[in-house]
Design a protein around this ligand. Structure first.
Ligand SMILES: CC(=O)N[C@H]1[C@@H](OP(=O)(O)OP(=O)(O)OC[C@H]2O[C@@H](n3ccc(=O)[nH]c3=O)[C@H](O)[C@@H]2O)O[C@H](CO)[C@@H](O)[C@@H]1O[C@H](C)C(=O)N[C@@H](C)C(=O)N[C@H](CCC(=O)O)C(=O)O
Ligand SMILES: Nc1ncnc2c1ncn2[C@@H]1O[C@H](COP(=O)(O)OP(=O)(O)OP(=O)(O)O)[C@@H](O)[C@H]1O
Ligand SMILES: N[C@H](CCC[C@H](N)C(=O)O)C(=O)O
Ligand SMILES: [Mg+2]
Length: 434
């Protein structure tokens, strides 16, 4: 990556030795260390810390959220609460880069290289942001893509199972996630999932629904949205959100606690603005009210469990698949979770990428042996169409795994495909046929 830099004698900086040329400096990172062996003396290099100094980023308050699921939702909530309380904030993650509700960069990676993050922080600062809320993926921790960053707050959502294609084992995955919480930084941990990580107890706060915690939910209801009462020391306040599901109560609690720790504003003021948050696109997004069709990004067995469990008193119909070139072990587990909660199940393709879609479906079906009402349809559009055609009164259709993704990656080609758009086209076609 190459970005402009105002440096005597240099106009640009890159993090790739292969892009070096006259007038271009090199950012010396942990990631490109293996390639810096034969650097000649006249190459101007900067470390991430030096670049942070030069771009005056030291006073930017960086919030990092890591965990298997909930990062995009929790960061979006923190960002939204800060803005509604009058602060200026930036958001970087799976859905791209935003500053004060303005999209600045298309969606790219959940956590890009340190040069890209610093460049985004520079642009956010120039746009007036004082907070930089970012998702921190396990890959980024493992590859030290966050080197040099001084976090004002580190947040843990949960550590269940994903990316074992990359980390190998659950222990290794947990070890990597725990690295993020090993220093003295101010940290906020999910007390109900505290066993999933190890952490440095210095400056550690907790949030919880079941367990006693610094930020404790005293009561809650999940009927028609989420309403709850939270206690922090002597403060006790109620909040309400239109979002659905117990898992979103955790995301809300983590966000409220984060903003309290960052701003020390009265809990009442923070809880007052919770209701303004309309949710994250592609996460529990109600695409159609009648028939009820919800699109969600759940793409692990734990994510699916949380979503389906939060609707378990309804008749559920599920369309889902599993990503190719990702953790294969979760596939039968995803099948088993669907089998446990859903009345009808359409197993289809997600992003097969370089794998054979039929083979992925077969691995998911391993978790559905003996289950009635299961159909396997490789073509995702056809699976969604069949599910909608066969949907009965008072059944709820959940289309899982892709959320707000706008493409389906098959054999290296990204085809335009957006679950929500497909649902709208099918309903329109049906509407005209009725
Ligand atoms: C598997 C993986 O994570 N790969 C990431 C990794 O690539 P890599 O290890 O191949 O990097 P590399 O080619 O050795 O280069 C490392 C550094 O050395 C430099 N380099 C390289 C060669 C050279 O000759 N000279 C040189 O200086 C490169 O410019 C780079 O800065 O480092 C790159 C630079 O930071 C990332 O862009 C790349 O992410 C790829 C594109 C990717 O798809 N990663 C996915 C798996 C990912 O990270 N996903 C997570 C989580 C997704 C989620 O759950 O939401 C994410 O954060 O998005
Ligand atoms: N706190 C949570 N615990 C478990 N599952 C959750 C939680 N929050 C959201 N989910 C489920 O996981 C899905 C992904 O949520 P979200 O996009 O916020 O997670 P993420 O950590 O950013 O995921 P990714 O690492 O893929 O970017 C949601 O669509 C929902 O089904
Ligand atoms: N629908 C995607 C969701 C995963 C996105 C992200 N968590 C990643 O692993 O790239 C898939 O399973 O292919
Ligand atoms: Mg995300």
């Amino acid at each position: 990556m190459i970005v402009p830099i105002e440096e005597e004698g240099f106009g640009e900086i890159t993090d790739n030795t292969r892009e070096l040329k006259e007038g271009r400096a090199l950012l010396a990172t942990a990631q490109n260390a293996p390639y810096r062996g034969e650097l000649t003396a006249e190459i101007k290099t900067l470390t991430p810390e030096e670049l942070i100094d030069r771009w005056g980023l030291k006073d930017m308050k960086v919030i990092g959220v890591t965990g298997t699921n909930g990062k995009t939702t929790t960061t979006a909530l923190i960002y939204s609460l800060l803005i509604d309380l009058g602060y200026s904030a930036a958001l970087q993650g799976t859905r791209g880069l935003f500053v004060d509700d303005r999209p600045i960069e298309e969606k790219h990676m959940t956590t890009p290289s340190i040069l890209e993050t610093l460049w985004n922080m520079k642009r956010a600062k120039e746009a007036g942001a004082e907070y930089f809320v970012m998702e921190v993926s396990s890959h980024a921790i493992d590859q030290d893509r966050i080197e040099g960053l001084d976090f004002a707050l580190k947040v843990h959502t949960n550590v269940t199972r994903d990316h074992l294609d990359y980390h190998g084992t659950l222990e290794e995955y947990r070890r990597v996630k725990s690295l993020f919480f090993s220093d003295d930084s101010l940290k906020l941990l999910n007390k109900d999932e505290i066993k999933s990580i190890t952490f440095n107890p210095k400056n550690a706060y907790t949030y919880g629904v079941e367990e006693p915690a610094t930020f404790k939910v005293l009561a809650y209801s999940l009927q028609n949205g989420i309403s709850a009462v939270v206690q922090f020391r002597q403060e006790q306040e109620a909040f309400f959100s239109n979002m659905m599901g117990l898992f979103n109560l955790y995301n809300l609690l983590a966000a409220i606690a984060s903003v309290k720790l960052l701003t020390d504003r009265p809990l009442a003021e923070i809880c007052d603005v919770v209701e303004n948050f309309g949710g994250v696109s592609g996460r529990m997004e109600v695409v159609s009210a009648k028939p009820t069709i919800i699109v969600d990004f759940a793409h692990t067995d734990d994510g699916m469990y949380r979503v389906l469990d939060s609707l378990k008193d309804k008749d559920l119909v599920v369309v889902f698949g599993a990503g190719g070139d990702r953790d294969r072990g979760k596939r039968p587990r995803m099948g088993a979770v669907a089998g446990r909660f859903a009345k009808k199940i359409y197993v289809t393709s997600d992003n097969p990428r370089s794998e054979d879609p039929e083979a992925i479906i077969a691995e998911i079906l391993q978790g559905l042996k003996g289950k009635e009402g299961v159909r396997a349809i490789v073509d995702r559009r056809e699976a969604i169409e069949r599910a909608i055609d066969e949907l009965q009164e008072d059944e709820i259709l959940l289309i899982l795994g892709k959320g707000d993704e706008s493409t389906q990656e098959i054999a290296g080609v990204k085809h335009p495909f957006d679950d929500r758009e497909v649902v709208r086209q099918i309903l329109e076609k049906q509407g005209t046929q009725r």
